[in-house]
Design a protein around this ligand. Sequence first.
Ligand code: MG
Length: 133
Amino acid sequence: MEHDKGKIKTLKNNLVLLAEDHRNNQYVLSKMLEPAGVRSVTASNGMEAVEVIKSNKSVSVALLDLKMPLMDGYQAMKEIRKIRPDIVIIAQTAYALQGDREKIIEAGFDDYLAKPITLDDLKSVINKYLPGE
Ligand SMILES: [Mg+2]
């Protein structure tokens, strides 16, 4: 993956959805994005993530934790695809086992990030999948 150490090139009018059941991780990710000028909205489970997508047309990237209560990341991804097929959906997983990437991409995610996610990781996926403005 190409690394762009500079600023995130887009997203001024877009939102990143951070879906994660651990509040600490949610907080860390949103605080990471803030200085880069990227606004985010959070969800604590898959059902909440789907609701956010339904009610918020500005979301262009969704980071979904795979293991969440009520609805897991796989199911949430499928529901989000039905509502907004154009959203970039990235899985976030603590289980970076060999073969997982294939399984995750095959399921329908655009990509995946292994935890702990760094600002460089975030910049890379955002700059890779979203066209500049
Ligand atoms: Mg989780």
